[in-house]
Design a protein around this ligand. Structure first.
Ligand code: ACM
Ligand code: ZN
Length: 765
């Protein structure tokens, strides 16, 4: 008995020593962002209740505490932090040769060494250890027993010093706990700058002691236009339900709102700093200021708040009170936020108000300015002088370039359609942060700004010299909250795109590789699940938006990610885990609406619906049109959305050889109709696709083949149609609302390749 007990004991010790010294394969390791240099060595290190961290300077303590707290929450015991080496096995050492924020991490079965030259470096060493631990380290009261990390040697430094995320608190508000949760996500992926958009037309979200009405009244609203849209969407998609915690009864009314007190802001700043994150405040001025002007109406040119065609009426720049008011606010802001930068917005100003205002016009004259853009720059410079006097630097959206930049102003480039702003800033010697609307606006739909597009985007323009590139401090993604009414929806918009941004911000351009990133992502999804993050999964692949067939068709579906199960319905209901499970290709002989979904555990993909349509060949026309062009009608400010675009009675046309916006780029509220003929070279099933920003609709005869309607950023949609050989009438409608436009059309003949719609297959009368 005794003998066998000893053997058993020996056996169990050996089993544990085998597991702890197991060498881990590279495919089992997923660190995002990818480190600069990593070598896997033999064995692994096992954490236990006896694990001790040695720290010998203040910079090391926040990192050590972070690891200790993770263990306390997940494993049920903290890691002991000691200022004497003794039997400590995790050793922090200062190494001044390591670059800022960089670290050297060496894990062996007996020891973990972390070297860095600053607090951020130690902290990021710990975040790497966190990602080497099982995902259950993110879970409270985990049942995990084997807290081991692989033996490894890593040398790592970031590419950019500004690795940012922005949240918009005005359009929809978020609680302080949600802010902290978000800061933890940022810490995990080594992001270091948190930009808080605290004020805008739809709500003022920070206490300003000198102007109490800003929050007493300006933080509350009955219902914004965005709330109305969210409520409408919420009828069919609960992820748009506006968070109930921000509704309060005020003055006998149910109102939406909230704000951070200055004490809460301090709490956020401290919490962020413990995670090596700097908080940058944004107080948008002189536009996007309606929540202030509503309550201090003397600020505007007309002494009342209002709206221009697209943007709210700004503060009057001909009144001294505007300068006093904004500086009073900034005085409280600079006292509160330790950051070097203060963001003053400066975007989307309705300068029409200034054109009509005698005081603004007088200011232009008195200060020898050329126009309203220069008036805004005059204001910016005055604000900048004030910020500089407080030891701060001005940061603003790229519109601050338009009327001339100051020496020190830093620009956030967001308008893809204004690329020269980057060149002007670099030439002038101004720093910038790259946060383009088409790639880094995470409030955009996933299909418009997909994961791979974000990953592949290179933030330094090709034409930049090495010297110019030094002015790019880094990158940032923004989460504008008009259509983000709760924190779960925010997670859905942000993830997994967050990780693609993090990798571009940290990892060198040469070390990035999308295939390798996707492999690492498959493990990262488990961590996101452990963190209870509602991340986005695209819909099933292999399914067109509209499938045409003659007798019958077989549809094969593929899961968008590993480890997913597909479900579908054919009765028009939204599919779920209780729907039919997809196990083999589906065959259809009748017109059907197919609805699909895929699940990875409990995380659902986007649904995808397709009309599987039984068709007869559309008859061709007996005509001989003139090939090589279509007719194009163009109108401005006549329609709001493509779905209502119609040709006017006396339409005039241009002949165009390619279906695009040529000659009309940058025009807002632009509508177009292309009409003519399409040649089907053989009888069969044809595919068409449109990519458009905003919407487009493609018809063959009266039949809508591609429905890419609505107002949205660039999205590709496709559809199929059965055509007899010969000429068929084709119509393409297009509409651009605001913010840059795009249109392209392609087709695929039976047995052909996808190609641009042009040449001999198009014609006109
Ligand atoms: C912005 O999106 N208006 C900066
Ligand atoms: Zn004015």
């Amino acid at each position: 008995m005794k003998y066998s007990a000893i053997i058993l004991l020996l056996l169990s010790v050996c089993i544990s020593c085998q597991t702890t010294s197991k060498t881990v394969a590279a495919t089992e390791i997923s660190i995002v962002p990818k480190p600069s240099d990593m070598v896997i060595t033999e064995g692994s290190y096992l954490f236990s209740k006896r694990t001790k961290i040695f720290v010998d300077n203040e910079n090391q303590k926040p990192a050590a505490k972070y690891l200790s707290d993770l263990f306390e929450k997940a494993a049920g015991y903290p890691i002991f932090i000691s200022e004497t080496k003794g039997n400590a096995t995790i050793i922090f050492t200062e190494d001044k040769s390591i670059k800022p924020e960089g670290y050297h991490l060496e894990i062996s079965p007996k020891k973990i060494n972390i070297k860095a030259s600053d607090a951020a470096g130690y902290f990021y060493g710990i975040q790497t250890i966190r990602q080497l631990l099982p995902p259950s380290i993110e879970t409270a009261n985990s049942i995990e027993k084997n807290w081991s990390v692989p033996s490894i040697v890593i040398n790592d430094t970031p590419r950019f010093s500004w690795r940012g995320m922005q949240m918009d608190f005005s359009r929809h508000f978020f609680s302080i706990d949600e802010v902290k949760t978000f800061l933890n996500y940022m810490a995990l992926y080594k992001l270091n700058t948190y930009h808080m958009h605290l004020t805008d037309d739809q709500g003022w979200r920070i206490e300003i002691k000198k102007y109490p009405l800003l929050t007493e009244k300006g933080a509350w609203r009955v219902e914004s236009s965005h709330d109305i849209t969210c409520n409408e969407l919420a009828k069919t998609d609960p992820s748009f339900i506006i968070d109930e915690q921000h509704y309060h009864n005020r003055e006998g009314q149910r109102m939406y709102g909230g704000f951070f007190t200055q004490e809460q802001i301090k709490e956020i700043i401290t919490y962020a700093a413990e995670r090596q994150i700097e908080v940058i405040p944004e107080i948008d001025m002189p536009g996007h200021l309606k929540s202030a002007i509503d309550n201090y109406p003397y600020l505007s040119c007309t002494n009342e708040a209002g709206w221009g065609e697209l943007f709210s009426s700004p503060a009057c720049l001909g009144k001294e009170t505007t300068y006093e008011f904004t500086k009073d606010i900034l005085a409280e802001i600079v006292d509160l936020f330790p950051s070097k930068y203060v963001h003053i917005g400066g975007d989307e100003v309705n300068i029409e108000s200034w054109k009509k205002c005698p005081l603004c016009q007088k200011a232009i004259k008195d200060h020898h300015l050329k126009n309203e853009h220069e008036l805004q720059s005059f204001f910016n410079r005055d604000i900048e002088t004030f910020l500089n006097s407080k030891g701060k630097r001005l940061l603003g959206w790229d519109e601050i370039v338009e009327g001339g930049l100051s020496k020190d102003g830093t620009m956030m480039w967001w308008r893809n359609w204004a690329p020269t702003m980057r060149d002007i800033a670099a030439k002038h010697g101004n720093d910038m942060i790259i946060t383009p609307c088409f790639e880094y606006y995470f409030d955009a739909k996933h299909e418009a700004t997909p994961f791979e597009k974000i990953y592949q985007y290179e933030p330094i323009p090709e034409n930049f010299t090495k010297e110019q590139a030094k002015h790019i401090l880094g990158i940032q993604a923004n989460l504008w909250s008009e259509m983000i009414p709760n924190f779960k929806r925010l997670q859905f918009q942000a993830f997994p795109r967050f990780l693609a941004l993090a990798e571009t911000s940290w990892t060198s351009k040469e070390d990035k590789n999308y295939d390798d990133f996707q492999k690492r992502m498959n493990l990262q999804y488990k961590r996101l699940e452990a963190l209870n993050i509602q991340y986005h999964i695209p819909p099933v692949t292999g399914l067109k938006d509209k499938v045409a067939f003659l007798d019958k068709v077989t549809i094969e579906l593929n899961a968008p990610l590993e480890d997913m199960v597909i479900y579908y319905s054919t009765d028009g209901t939204t599919p779920s885990k209780t729907s039919k499970k997809y196990t083999a290709p589906l065959e259809f002989s009748q017109t059907t609406t197919l609805n699909t979904i895929a699940y990875r555990g409990n995380v659902a993909s986007e649904t995808k619906a397709a009309l599987i349509e039984k068709q007869n060949y559309l008859e061709s026309l007996n005509i001989t049109p003139k090939t090589g062009a279509l007719q194009r009608w163009t109108g401005v400010k006549q329609f709001k959305i493509v779905d209502s675009v119609a040709l006017p009675k006396n339409a005039t046309y241009q002949f165009v050889t390619v279906i695009n916006l040529a000659g009309n780029e940058g025009i807002e509220q632009l509508s177009m109709v292309f009409k003519g003929y399409f040649y089907a070279e053989a009888e069969g099933l044809y595919e068409f696709a449109t990519k458009s920003d905003d919407g487009s609709l493609l018809f063959i005869g009266d039949k809508m083949v591609v429905d890419n309607g609505g107002n949205h950023s660039a999205i590709e949609k496709n559809g199929m149609v059965a055509l007899q050989k010969g000429w068929h009438p084709i119509t393409i409608k297009y509409h651009e609302a605001t913010g840059g436009g795009e249109l392209s059309v392609s087709f695929k003949a039976p047995n052909g390749e996808k190609q641009v719609l042009k040449g001999n297959v198009i014609a006109h009368d």
